[in-house]
Write a protein that binds this ligand. Structure first.
Ligand code: HDE
Length: 715
């Protein structure tokens, strides 16, 4: 068979993209008809000061094409960033469960395209808004394309897809003013929430730090629905899909997000692009939770209900493979904008369940592509093309790229030698998609199953599983969002709903909103928690990834006279751990270090921002005057402190931190001290102790010094 000739699927996808790539290098400027153009700076006029003529076919073609350059943006997930890469299964362990070759054949390298996205905002909105993130993967497998159209949260706002337009209308900007952009902090969203308690579990996730990922490379992904794996004999097993980032799952702080939206609205996009360009390829592990069909009713929730997770204590996540993203697209529009995902793009061995949200998605994605990409031939676009042979009897339509030469376009035929043949004509049947045989019975009703009725237990499970600082952030997020809601009664109703999740949470928000504490809940409040739901170490996910500083961005504030010897030592330690140290100086160019050498500055203070870094270093040397006289330098440092970022200081840098009240370490400390992520030593230059460097790196690997935030609560 044709596809079996491909040694490696990756080459096949590269070949299919090669054919589509056009570079204008060394080419003459032509019209679309290939006619060379004299020049394109002036239109054809009747006299150099006269009117432009219709004869100017080049100008008319140029403007017409320009007028049609835009296609409708996605209704949701409009803003995104994409990358190519590959997936490899670890071993053959899933062979007993699925006929999907890419999941079970470790020798295969399956090419992928991933698109990460925000949901609510328009295409031009900022990256760091409070929102769910899309995490959609197209696997170009040898058995056809498989799309895992996932999010970075494991549940959804609604239980039935018929409610999706209602939900999306509520979260999108208010209809009259189109305000606010890319935010749920407004009346219609919260009106939807209180009237739909089924959304509460997801709203807890949305108010948590999960909605503010530090990087697309540092967030989990979840298939959300219960899907089905099907083996070669047709036996089914329920499955939930999980992506786990190798760099750990980390978030920004809300205050930071708002500042970054101004300082670098492309923060997450840029981070993904830069990491790939730098060869720091994002990696994710794919995991599965498997549930035998016999256990379908063993849980106190319905497996078909997409507002529920299967706690990892009940069904562990098994790692099955690894995805590496190693190539940026070459053209945003052609690839990232035109990629068309569809939950119904499945391959043999993967099937659906009766989850009513999934069923609606299986209709909606194809429908949306028809309007967005202008017709039924979008799967011929290079980014969407499978690496397998495609032989259908479908013909014509807008944008048809294929010149069909076969004499027939119907099955069964004799004039075309019976081709294309169906797989049932083959012996033995190979790689054919067969729908799982499932029993359907019951009355035709427009009604939800009673097993979908519990909306509070898992919202509480999530709350119980959060560490103190995570709970604090959730409470602050609710308060922020509700403070933007103009209708007082909507705030009251939300707070009333939250009593059933946690009375303490509800009361604290009520207090912030100036509302009276709502009446206690009559529902039972359980104390169950699930460790994997917290993002704070031990991290979320299957096996805990080793904490690392790989790819982190660290800023050192430098000026003439700074201890460049100490800086070099710490810079090489940071580089050997895979992180980047930027020297931020008073101006672009160089500074003269304490040793008399010129040192290159990475960027000027005025051109960057503290919120764009993960940690800060204040070196020793002659730096006191710089911080005294330069408000930006001081602000940079204090803002990093405010956002609980690790700060390392040595020599006179340690003195400076002490003067600012950021450390209580003794004057000129001999010992290395680490107080809530502020790591200092009195030593500098060649004497910089390894212990200092190690402690600083460890602090960065913990992401943030959350103790600094919680100890202030209790103080
Ligand atoms: Fe989507 N969703 N969705 N969704 N979704 C779209 O398809 C829809 C849902 C998700 O990067 C649209 O091509 C319905 C859950 C991602 O191109 C649209 C329902 C999950 C992306 C659509 C859902 C998702 C989309 C808009 C409820 C997580 C971006 C443009 C039944 C598991 C894909 C498009 C990309 C995009 C419909 C719910 C994830 C309109 C009807 C649950 C990652 O077809």
């Amino acid at each position: 068979m044709e596809r079996r000739d491909d040694k490696d699927g990756r080459d096949a996808k590269d070949r299919s993209l090669d054919a589509a790539r056009v570079s204008e290098d060394n080419g003459w400027l032509t019209t679309q008809q290939g006619v060379r153009v004299e020049h394109t700076d002036d239109s054809l006029r009747a006299g150099s000061r006269g009117p432009t003529l219709l004869d100017d076919f080049h100008a008319r073609e140029k403007l017409t094409h320009f007028d049609h350059e835009r296609i409708p943006e996605r209704v949701v997930h409009a803003r995104g960033a994409g990358a190519y890469g590959y997936f490899k299964a670890y071993d053959t362990r899933l062979r007993d469960y699925t006929a999907a070759e890419f999941l079970t054949e470790p020798k295969l390298t399956t090419p992928v395209f991933v698109r990460f996205s925000t949901v609510a905002g328009s295409r031009g909105s900022a990256d760091t808004v409070r929102d769910v993130r899309g995490f959609a993967t197209k696997f170009y497998t040898r058995q056809g394309n498989y799309d895992l159209v996932a999010n970075n949260m494991p549940v959804f706002f609604i239980q039935d897809g018929i409610k999706f337009p209602d939900f999306v209308h509520a979260v999108k900007p208010e209809p009259a003013s189109e305000i606010p952009q890319a935010q749920s902090a407004h009346d219609t969203f919260w009106d939807f929430v209180w009237m739909h308690p089924e959304s509460l579990h997801m709203v807890m996730w949305l108010m948590s730090d999960r909605a503010l990922p530090r990087s697309y490379r540092m967030m989990q992904g979840f298939g959300v629905h219960t899907f089905r794996l099907v083996d070669l004999e047709g036996n089914g097993t329920f499955v939930k899909f999980h992506w786990r980032p190798i760099l750990g799952s980390h978030s920004l702080e809300w205050d930071e997000c708002q500042r970054i939206a101004g300082a670098d609205p492309d923060f997450n996009r840029r981070d993904l692009w830069d990491a790939i360009e730098a060869g720091q390829f994002p990696e994710f592990e794919l995991g599965v939770q498997l549930v035998s069909e016999l256990r379908e009713h063993d849980f106190d929730f319905d497996l078909l209900d997409p507002t529920k997770i299967i706690p990892e204590e009940q069904v562990p996540v098994q790692p099955v493979g690894r995805m590496v993203l190693n190539r940026n697209p070459q053209n945003f529009f052609a690839e990232t904008e035109q990629v068309a995902f569809h939950t119904a793009n499945v391959v043999p061995g993967i099937d659906f369940t009766n989850d009513p949200l999934l069923q609606a998605r299986n209709f909606s994605y194809l429908d949306t592509q028809l309007i967005r990409l202008g017709g039924p031939n979008f799967s011929q676009l290079p980014v969407n093309r499978p690496i397998t042979g495609v032989h259908t009897n479908q013909r014509d339509g807008y944008g048809q790229q294929t010149i069909h030469t076969h004499p027939t376009s119907y099955t069964k035929n004799s004039l075309g030698n019976g081709c294309p043949m169906t797989m049932s004509q083959q012996e033995p049947p190979l790689d054919v998609y067969r729908h799982y045989t499932r029993r359907v019975e019951g009355d035709v009703v427009r009604r939800r199953s009673e097993s979908f009725n519990d909306h509070y237990s898992q919202a509480r499970l999530f709350w119980n599983s959060m560490k103190d600082v995570e709970q604090k952030h959730i409470q602050e997020a609710f308060s922020f969002e509700l403070s933007k809601v103009k209708s007082k009664y909507i705030r009251e109703r939300v707070v009333e709903q939250l009593v059933k999740v946690d009375p303490g949470l509800s009361a604290s928000i009520a207090k912030e909103m100036g509302l009276s504490a709502p009446a206690p809940s009559d529902s039972e409040l359980h104390d169950i928690s699930s460790a994997a739901l917290s993002q704070i170490y031990p991290t979320a996910g299957f096996d805990d990834p080793p904490a690392s500083i790989a790819t982190r961005r660290i800023a050192a504030l430098v000026c003439d006279g700074a201890d460049d010897t100490g800086l070099r030592t710490i810079a090489s330690a940071i580089a050997s751990e895979g992180a980047m140290l930027d020297l931020i100086g008073p101006a672009e160019g160089t500074i003269e270090g304490q040793s008399g050498h010129a040192v290159d500055v990475t960027t000027a203070l005025s051109a960057t921002d503290s919120v764009l870094y993960d940690a800060v270093i204040v070196p020793g040397g002659d730096i006191g005057a710089f911080f005294r006289t330069n408000g930006e330098a001081k602000h940079f440092l204090l803002e990093a402190y405010k956002h609980h970022k690790p700060i390392g200081a040595f020599g006179t840098g340690a003195e400076l931190l002490r003067a600012e009240g950021l450390t209580n370490a003794e004057t000129n400390p001999v010992q290395v001290t680490d107080e809530e992520g502020v790591v200092v030593t009195g030593h500098s230059g060649h004497d910089l102790p390894d212990e200092f460097i190690r402690s600083f790196i460890d602090a960065v690997a913990q992401h943030r010094a959350w103790d600094r935030e919680t100890s202030h609560i209790s103080a």
